[in-house]
Design a protein around this ligand. Structure first.
Ligand code: FE
Length: 218
């Protein structure tokens, strides 16, 4: 299989948090046409579509996962529950399952670095991370993170120690993964809300580390 290497777009997006790429015009037109058709046939209520979009754009996002991670860093008992049964622990925090899929949280340690992917399509833990970044859905990421995880992570700027095992978790329609990153050193004094601010989307995918407090890495 041909690898497009450095020009595949997987590397241009991960530094640009929070901005949206406009989809191609033909897709916009097709989506609009489908929506109009479904509304005209009485299949959907346009208000319901607006509500769903509003939910994805504003209420669901990486801040949800960041709060979960910060809680796990602050509360060892919660962390144990999160790793043992993420579905129940997330429910404790009011995070619901959007489509009934199961969630597994995998913990980064000094010995293991975890990263998530959906090799088949684009399955992603929406309920904790919101909408997936474009590169996550790209074929180059989906294939290369499995075949050469260390090299791919390096392209995201993440050098994993040679002694640290890299585990790649392949999501599917029934099962989603989220990475519990390692708590950065020097954050012992931080409150839960301050910790949450260090937890980026990419650190919960596993292609980055949390922001280090004290100005580095931000
Ligand atoms: Fe998928």
């Amino acid at each position: 299989m041909a690898m497009t290497g450095k020009d595949d777009g997987a590397h241009n997006h991960h530094t640009g948090e929070g901005h949206h790429h406009a989809p191609p015009e033909d897709i916009v037109v097709r989506v609009k046409a489908l929506e109009n058709l479904m509304v005209s046939k009485g299949l959907v209520d346009p208000a319901a579509i607006d509500a769903m979009i509003e939910q994805y754009e504003t209420r669901i996002g990486p801040h949800v996962g960041a709060a979960v991670v910060a809680r796990a860093w602050s509360d060892p008992a919660f962390k144990a529950r999160l790793l043992a049964d993420a579905n129940a622990a997330l429910e404790e925090m009011g995070v619901s399952r959007l489509q009934g899929e199961d969630m597994i949280v995998v913990e980064n340690t000094a010995d293991v670095h975890n990263v998530i992917v959906c090799t088949l399509c684009s399955c992603y833990p929406w309920n904790v991370l919101g909408l997936p970044p474009t590169w996550y859905k790209s074929l180059p990421y989906r294939s290369r993170i499995v075949r050469s995880p260390r090299e791919t992570l390096l392209e995201f700027g993440l050098a994993v120690d040679a002694e640290t095992e890299v585990r790649v978790w392949d999501a599917n329609a029934e099962l989603r993964y989220m990475v519990l990153p390692q708590r950065p050193e020097g954050t012992e004094h931080l409150e839960e809300a301050e910790l949450a601010a260090l937890v980026t989307r990419d650190s919960m995918i596993g292609v980055a580390l949390p922001i280090r407090s004290g100005g580095h890495g931000a």
